[in-house]
Design a protein around this ligand. Structure first.
Ligand SMILES: C[S@@+](CC[C@H](N)C(=O)[O-])C[C@H]1O[C@@H](n2cnc3c(N)ncnc32)[C@H](O)[C@@H]1O
Length: 358
């Protein structure tokens, strides 16, 4: 958790840091609640779960004891600490519940406040907390899972992956989008295809011809095992977008479906550098994902999907993805919407330009 490493850094500099972190409770890779942790001692109590008993708020039921524990800690921090950390401040606090009582005391103290806040709520929380001077750090969006949590999520859900029925949320239209995106990729006889975040192999399988050499990279070993069962001929490797375990200039096409959004924006350019490294000059990439043309579009989708929206995922904006690809050196960038929630961004590794003398 970013909050824990930040706290350790501040403590190393000799500052008295206190407050609370909110580690997730995971079951089969899914977040089913949160605990509250005393940053000074490491002691933890249950904070909320996705089922009663407790005080209901949105999809969670909050433990009065957990809330009291957290608020006591924040109030104590307000009396004693030089830096007060509260992770995370959100809709519950804006409605006057959750950590709001502790935060009132924290605001009145002279301590430096560090709040983690979802990007969409930063301005609202600033107004609510009446913070006069605030610095917004360019940190990973608060809602995003860590790499380990993403791996756990897919390791835990691999056995049921793909059986969403009518509740696919942001993946609504998955099969149609996959088919449309697959039409944009051409691999010739005997060529190599790389699928990043290959999962169970659905995208690669729609693109590959009988003689295509398919390679797949994924963070989750369990997803890769499922893929191996269905596609024993694929070359599968555990790995990450940012350091692909594949040779340079080896692939005629690199594709990815519904995996790029697990990166944070600061990682996009590095991911494209890796994609371009793996491609032969003139080779192309096709990236399909839940993407939005603008922040208002993203917020409108969030409202429309209601409880089906996943607040732990921060779906990228098309201009940010294009800018990163271009910065990394991609050519021929084209983006288009393939369904209400899905876009494809495609491009290529430029062919070497040859200077012609007269
Ligand atoms: C929603 S699934 C999509 C799987 C498949 N591409 C499909 O369309 O069905 C996302 C996949 O990306 C993988 N993944 C997530 N973050 C990753 C990363 N940073 N690098 C590589 N794979 C990642 C997950 O383990 C998971 O298998």
């Amino acid at each position: 958790m970013a909050v824990l490493s930040l706290t350790e850094d501040l403590q190393r500099h000799g500052l008295r840091v206190a407050g609370v972190a909110s580690p997730r409770v995971l079951a089969e890779g899914k977040t089913i609640g949160y605990r509250v942790r005393d940053l000074a001692t490491g002691e933890e109590r249950p904070l909320c779960l996705d089922r009663p008993p407790g005080i209901p708020f949105r999809r969670f039921f909050f433990s009065p004891e957990g809330l009291a524990f957290a608020n006591d800690l924040i109030e104590q921090a307000a009396r004693e600490a030089e830096v007060i950390v509260v992770d995370e401040v959100g809709p519950l606090e804006l409605a006057g519940g959750g950590f709001a009582p502790g935060l009132r005391a924290a605001r009145q103290s002279r301590a430096f406040l560090v709040l983690t806040v979802r990007p969409s709520l930063v301005n609202e929380v600033r107004r609510w907390a009446k913070v006069k001077t605030a610095v917004t750090l360019d940190a990973p969006p608060a809602g995003l899972r860590s790499r380990d949590e993403t791996r756990q999520l897919f390791d835990g859900s691999a056995s049921s992956y793909g059986s969403w029925g009518g509740s696919a949320g942001p993946l609504t239209g998955y099969a149609e989008s996959l088919a449309k995106a697959a039409e944009l990729v051409q691999v010739g006889p005997g060529e190599r295809l790389l699928d990043i975040g290959i999962g169970t192999g659905s995208f690669a399988a729609q693109i590959a011809q009988s003689d295509t050499e398919v390679w797949g990279v994924d963070l989750s070993t369990v997803m890769l095992s499922r893929c191996r069962e269905d596609h024993p001929g694929y070359h599968l490797r555990e790995g990450h977008f940012l350091s692909l375990p594949v040779p340079d200039r080896a692939f005629h096409a690199v594709v990815s479906s519904f995996a790029f959004h697990h990166l944070v924006p600061a990682e996009y350019e590095r991911a494209f550098r890796e994609i371009l490294r793996a491609l032969v000059p003139g080779g192309g990439f096709v990236l399909l994902d839940v993407l939005f043309a603008s922040e208002p579009d993203r917020q409108a989708a969030r409202v429309a999907l209601g409880d089906l929206w996943d607040d732990e995922e921060v779906y990228p904006l098309v201009p940010a993805v294009e800018a990163a690809a271009s910065q990394a050196g991609a050519a021929g960038l084209v983006s288009h919407r393939v369904s209400p929630l899905h876009w494809v961004v495609s491009g290529m590794r430029p062919l070497r330009t040859v200077a012609c003398g007269s």
